[in-house]
Design a protein around this ligand. Structure first.
Ligand SMILES: [Zn+2]
Length: 86
């Protein structure tokens, strides 16, 4: 026979994400609901062994506005734009 008793546990839950560039916050009202925009993007970069970063990993969160600014700065073109240019 198994008998169970009720225990209280604690768990960590994500409640906000802070942009690593402009420090805007995205608050989560619960696990799945975002209280307001901007959308945050989590970015992970793994550098190969032998590269200048030699196997290091970087991860950071950027809001949509900062990410779009970076994309604009590097003059990123969508595949469609690249296709039609050639
Ligand atoms: Zn930002």
């Amino acid at each position: 026979m198994k008998e169970y008793k009720e225990i209280q546990t604690t768990e960590n839950t994500l409640y906000k994400t802070i942009c690593d560039k402009c420090e805007k916050e995205q608050i989560y009202t619960d696990r799945f609901t975002k209280a307001f925009e901007p959308e945050m993007q989590h970015i992970e970069i793994n550098f190969g062994f032998g590269s200048k970063m030699d196997g290091k990993s970087l991860s950071f969160d950027l809001c949509e506005y900062c990410l779009l600014g970076i994309i604009k700065d590097i003059n990123y073109k969508t595949k469609k734009e690249r296709f039609w240019k050639h």
